[in-house]
Design a protein. Structure first.
Length: 81
């Protein structure tokens, strides 16, 4: 997470625990974001449509902790007020 934040990158993961770590992070993500692909089984045929949804979504992933699943895209702001 620190490397992604320092380089302004979006992390794409299948690991729900990693996504939870991002949610509970002490310092909010300001220059990066996390996207969880929620799919089972995690095989190329199932991941492909989620990659297409990510690529075609007109959204800013920076500063968000997001889930992309078969039922759509869900985004939470990384900053907590």
């Amino acid at each position: 997470m620190d490397l992604a934040e320092s380089q302004g990158r979006v992390v794409i993961t299948l690991d729900k625990d990693f996504w939870q770590i991002a949610l509970q992070r002490r310092t909010p993500l300001e220059r990066s974001g996390v996207v969880l692909f929620k799919i089972h089984p995690a095989i190329p045929e199932n991941i492909g449509p989620l990659m297409q949804a990510l690529a075609s979504a007109n959204r800013s992933w920076i500063g968000h902790i997001s889930i992309i699943a078969a039922d759509g895209i869900h985004m939470l702001p990384a900053r907590r007020n």
